[in-house]
Design a protein around this ligand. Structure first.
Ligand code: AMP
Length: 190
């Protein structure tokens, strides 16, 4: 049983590592980005509401995200633990998460920041955007720039927030995927 948060900018490899932790250890990946995309795919009221926000790279309002996660962390599929991937994304979300964990008597085992070189990262995501190729690559690059700006402004302050609580661990996300994975396992004692 492990409960953890993965932090890091878009493209750092949070999803890759979360999926691996789910496959190998049965910890449930809770990706708020995936949940929102599923809402859009099913054309729900929420999906219609968040579609343009996501397309621009801005953040969906905190109360929506907090409610979404609050509903998930106590579900039976999280009984072996969970990985928060993409949440919290603001200090306010982190505060709300603390509250809901306390209310449900749940502890976090770790907050792991996957640290990457921003320029290398930009190249990595740009490549991914070009490979995906559905929309114009320029649009994707502009959205990516906005996503990184939003990350710096609103999400990066979460790192010192958890550091001050003595919970933050950092791994070097520029290593190959297997090494990042083994560093994460070592932190978790897996
Ligand atoms: P991701 O797949 O994690 O990169 O998320 C894709 C998009 O979903 C983000 O750019 C945001 O628009 C939205 N999103 C995902 N998680 C959150 C969150 N915790 N708070 C606000 N917006 C979010």
């Amino acid at each position: 049983m492990k409960r953890l948060i993965l932090l890091g900018p878009p493209g750092a490899g949070k999803g890759t590592q979360a999926k691996r932790l789910e496959e190998v250890y049965g910890l449930k990946q809770l990706s708020t980005g995936d949940m929102l995309r599923a809402e859009i795919d099913s054309d729900s009221t929420l999906g219609r509401r968040v579609e343009s926000i996501m397309a621009s790279g801005d953040l969906v309002p905190d109360h929506i995200m907090v409610e979404m996660i609050a509903k998930r962390i106590t579900q039976p599929d999280c009984s072996k633990g969970f990985i928060l991937d993409g949440f919290p994304r603001t200090v306010n979300q982190a505060d709300e998460l603390n509250q809901m964990l306390t209310n449900n008597k749940l502890d976090l085992d770790a907050v792991i920041e996957i640290k990457v070189d921003e320029e290398a990262l930009f190249g990595r995501i740009q490549k991914r955007a070009e490979e995906d190729g559905e929309t114009r690559a320029d649009d994707n690059v502009l959205v990516l720039k906005n996503r990184l700006e939003v990350y710096h402004q609103l999400t990066a302050p979460i790192t010192p927030y958890y550091n001050d609580k003595g919970m933050l661990k950092t791994v070097d996300g520029m290593q190959d995927i297997a090494k990042v994975a083994s560093d994460i396992d070592a932190i978790l004692g897996l």
